[in-house]
Design a protein around this ligand. Structure first.
Ligand SMILES: Nc1nc2c(ncn2[C@@H]2O[C@H](COP(=O)(O)O[C@H]3[C@@H](O)[C@H](n4cnc5c(=O)[nH]c(N)nc54)O[C@@H]3COP(=O)(O)O)[C@@H](O)[C@H]2O)c(=O)[nH]1
Length: 898
């Protein structure tokens, strides 16, 4: 065992507990040291004896800095008291506490003969308060509280860990004045040695330091046992209650939870040196290199942490300064309580399981960040300080937070809570619950935002998992029955709003049981997954495909305007499920039977709809499987009818069953006919004349509309050639183009132009009628087609104007030549009616844009006259003539000529 001596400043008390603990717990022994601890009397022995070599180690105050700068080779091994307990005590009066009461009074502040002393921090404090040492009488200290109580002196220097207990016990009213009130924040006790000891016994120094700090950790966390040890082995001068009082007061000064005992910060020492420099005791910017002992090993790796803590401690110093200036006005107990509270809150801040950050509300810079915050966002304090708040937020969430921030800054709300996402530097997504509160941190300054975050990623993930399990089929990942109900209910509400229709398809796989029984459940599962994929591929993303269980699937087709799409999809599903399913070495064949029910036609609630779809599915099975069946018999009939009609339509062109009718378009002013609309008719061999209203949708759905449209155009062109020759050189025929026809990618009007040229006709001999809807969401194809028409000289009429969105903007944007006022307006025309006003407006507006107007559905002379009076250019309707075959139209034109 290596014998060494530790010289204390004063007599044995809790102030040195860590060193006793290191002896009693055997830490020094374990380190190979035999330590003798010597009491001090005047506070100066440690420095004297360590410098002279009488003792190897000592305990000294911040005045060690003075010794060092005076050339003494002292080296601080570690700081034990992060804040000095040194303060001034004065008798309390009825007036507010005021340190200026010391002026002209007697005060015991440090030894008058000491060249270096801990009293310096108190003198610096008084100077900063505007009270130079010359303004009061300093008397040699007796270190006896009785001198203050008896009034022998008016102020004495005290340790806040010690004398106040005596005052309290005696009921003496007093006020405490701390240098921290003005930002002077010295270290308290420090363990130190000499450069010589470090040079000669580096290992011993390291071992002594480590064992001592270990002792301090133990002492601060075993205060009761420590008090007993002191009483039993070191000194009985103070009783147990006083030792424990001392221990309690030391906690906020030593900060055993917040700071690793022994930690020293160069910036704090710089602060102490600056205060001394301010007193003229040392030169400004004095160099104290070598004064702080460099801890090897683990100490260096924690340097960054210490720096952070040091920064926090400095922030605390400033905070404390503000606090103390206020605290000086209240009683000592209140001040101690606040200090303890401050300490407690700092500790809570550091140890909080919530991430906490203080953010500048204007610059979004971080002002303070606790460790948990750094942990949650996955970035160090340094990294965060280089960033702005919200920088790591998920782009989709930031807008929401900024919106709330705007409200917070505008004082509309005092705080808000949101759940959002952020990215860690490695790209990991973290869900956080954020609560932000605007707080005033400093008087007169703009508010800061206190941002508290909690990592709720696990919670979110388990919620998502639970939700997934509750709503989706684990095999196919399709919505399950529950989700199907939710979606259907949602779609039903929407359909009530927009008066659209919903179809529910109930799909059952035919022969699935055989596959399961012969190839096994595993292969059966594979088939079901594949079937789910195939069904999903037949519908839009906005439709729902669900698996209700076993081999039963359902499909919700929403926003339907007719049933054609339903049949088309049902057939598509049947066709795709009929294809072989590859299952390992085998191939399985199944088919599908589909039951279809419609909302709101067939039922108004979900259970009934499902029941009907199920019944319809059984009807499909009964009819021989591999087919679909409607629930409603009438619909079923209609579907059959459509199917047959579509089949007949396929042969109609070839069988020359179509005929073109023409309806005159009359020039209202002159009553002359120079225009006609071509309207197709289907002379069905069994059914007679079929209206285009019935077969055009079927022609569109089957794609036959393209060939039919071509036929209409050629027929019209031939007729217009004749009428131009025989009746009027500028005769024009309008042909209807359904949206599907017009939007066709492959069609081009140059073929039309060529055909017209072959008949010696200009483009102007034909007008193409399109509907408003086409222009509303005009894509590139539509715009292109309109340009082609213009280039070919073919004019364009906008059909059914007024029934859609009637937007003027697209009339300006596209080259439109004629506006056709829909017959629903014409029907109700009467002087001063709203339809008259509207028609008037349409006509005026069209003329302003250089368009001519054709009124459709003119059935009465009154309507004609009103339209003519309103300036309408043309009229079309039963008043003039019904649509008629070309030969009859010839006759009409002949009569006109006469
Ligand atoms: N894509 C194509 N669509 C075509 C073609 N031929 C016709 N159609 C469209 O079919 C719808 C019904 O046409 P139709 O039964 O011929 O009815 C037209 C007229 O008969 C009718 N009309 C005319 N005057 C009056 C009237 O005074 N009162 C009244 N109640 N009805 C009248 O209006 C229909 C013409 O309408 P529009 O086309 O809007 O000008 C119809 O939508 C046709 O477009 C074709 O070859 N291709």
């Amino acid at each position: 065992q290596d014998p060494v001596t530790l010289q204390l400043k004063h007599s044995h008390q809790f102030q040195f507990a860590g060193y006793y603990a290191a002896v009693e717990q055997g830490y020094y022994r374990e380190a190979g040291l035999d330590v003798t601890i010597l009491e001090g009397s005047d506070g100066n022995e440690p420095e004297r004896d360590v410098v002279s070599g009488k003792a190897e180690y000592g305990v000294g105050a911040s005045s060690l800095m003075l010794a060092r700068l005076a050339g003494k080779p002292v080296v601080v091994l570690g700081v034990v008291f992060q804040h000095s307990p040194y303060a001034l005590a004065m008798r309390q009066t009825s007036a507010e506490p005021d340190i200026r009461r010391i002026i002209g009074k007697r005060a015991m502040i440090g030894s008058l003969t000491d060249e270096l002393g801990s009293a310096d921090e108190l003198l610096a404090y008084l100077i900063k308060e505007g009270i130079p040492a010359s303004s009061f009488e300093r008397v040699e200290p007796t270190y006896n509280t009785a001198d203050l109580i008896s009034g022998k002196v008016d102020a004495i220097a005290v340790y806040t860990t010690n004398e106040p207990d005596t005052f309290d016990r005696l009921g003496f009213p007093y006020d405490i004045y701390s240098p921290r009130a003005v930002g002077i924040d010295f270290y308290g006790d420090n363990l130190f040695t000499s450069e010589r000891e470090i040079a000669n016994h580096p290992a011993r120094v390291q071992a002594f330091r480590a064992a001592s700090m270990r002792g301090w950790q133990w002492a601060m966390s075993h205060q009761e046992e420590m008090a007993d040890i002191i009483l039993n082995k070191y000194s009985r001068r103070s009783d147990r209650a006083h030792l424990l009082y001392e221990a309690r007061q030391m906690v906020p000064l030593v900060q055993p939870v917040l700071v690793e005992i022994g930690y020293q910060n160069p910036e704090r020492w710089r602060h102490i040196a600056d205060v001394y420099a301010g007193l003229g005791m040392v030169p400004k910017h004095a160099n104290f290199d070598g004064f702080m002992y460099r801890v090897e090993s683990s100490g260096t790796s924690l340097l960054w942490l210490y720096r952070v803590l040091g920064g926090a401690a400095l922030a605390l110093v400033l905070g404390a300064a503000i606090h103390f200036s206020l605290l000086a006005r209240v009683r000592r107990r209140a001040s101690a309580a606040i200090r303890t509270g401050e300490q407690r809150f700092r500790t809570m801040f550091e140890a909080s399981p919530l991430g906490i950050a203080l953010v500048d509300s204007i610059t979004y810079e971080y002002r303070d960040i606790n460790p948990r915050y750094q942990e949650i966002v996955g970035r160090s304090q340094v990294e965060l300080n280089a960033m702005r708040w919200l920088e790591a937020g998920h782009p989709e969430d930031v807008a929401q937070v900024k919106l709330q921030m705007g409200r917070l800054t505008a004082h509309e709300i005092g705080s808000f809570k949101v759940t959002n996402r952020l990215f860690r530097p490695d790209g990991e997504l973290v869900w956080i619950e954020v609560s932000v509160t605007a707080i005033e941190t400093e008087a007169g300054s703009h508010p800061h935002h206190l941002c508290m975050i909690e990592d709720v990623t696990d919670k979110k993930q388990s919620e998502a998992l639970i939700w997934q399990q509750a709503n989706f089929d684990p095999l196919t990942q399709l919505p399950n029955r529950r989700m199907f109900h939710d979606r259907l209910a949602h779609d039903m509400l929407k359909s009530q709003r927009d008066r659209s229709c919903i179809a529910i398809l109930f799909i059952d796989l035919d022969h699935f049981k055989e596959v399961n029984d012969t190839l096994g459940h595993h292969q059966g599962d594979i088939l079901l997954v594949d079937a789910a994929r195939r069904i999903s591929a037949c519908v839009r993303k906005s439709d729902t495909v669900a698996r209700l269980g076993g081999d039963e699937f359902t499909v919700i087709l929403s926003e339907l305007e007719g049933t054609e799409r339903v049949e088309h999809i049902a057939q598509h599903i049947i066709d795709s499920l009929r294809l072989p399913f590859p299952l390992g070495q085998e191939q399985a064949f199944v088919s599908a039977s589909i039951g279809i029910t419609l909302y709101p036609d067939d039922a108004l609630d979900i259970d009934d709809l499902l029941k009907h779809a199920d019944q319809a599915m059984y009807a499909a099975k009964g009819a021989g499987r591999n087919r679909y069946s409607y629930f409603t018999p009438t619909l079923q009939v209609a579907a059959l009818n459509r199917m047959r009609l579509t089949n007949d339509l396929r042969g109609a062109l070839k069988a020359e069953q179509f005929e073109l009718y023409f309806q005159p378009i009359v020039h209202l002013k002159s009553g002359r006919i120079h225009k006609a609309e071509a309207l197709i008719r289907w002379n069905h061999p069994q059914r007679g004349v079929v209206s285009p209203l019935e077969f055009i949708p079927l022609a569109e759905a089957s794609g036959l509309i393209v060939d039919i449209g071509e036929w209409v155009f050629r027929e019209s062109a031939r007729c217009v050639q004749r009428w131009r020759q025989q009746h009027h050189p500028e005769f024009q025929v309008s042909v209807n183009q359904s949206p599907l026809e017009f939007q066709r990618e492959d069609g081009a009007y140059d073929a039309w132009l060529r055909y017209l040229q072959s008949l010696n006709l200009p483009g102007q001999s034909v007008v193409v009628e399109i509907t408003e809807g086409l222009l509303l969401d005009a894509n590139a194809t539509v715009s292109n087609k309109l340009l082609q028409l213009r280039d070919a000289g073919i004019q364009v009429a906008l059909d059914d104007f007024g029934t859609g969105y009637s937007s003027l903007s697209y009339l300006k944007k596209f080259d439109i030549d004629y506006l056709k006022i829909d017959r629903s307006f014409t029907r109700n025309l009467a002087p001063d009616s709203s339809d008259m006003a509207l028609s008037d407006a349409i006509i005026v507006m069209a003329h302003k844009l250089g368009l001519r107007v054709i009124a459709e559905g003119v059935e009465t002379p009154e309507q004609r006259d009103l339209l003519a009076a309103a300036g309408c250019d043309y009229g079309q309707g039963y008043l003039f003539a019904r649509p008629m075959p070309a030969e009859q139209f010839d006759e009409l034109l002949r009569q006109q000529a006469v």
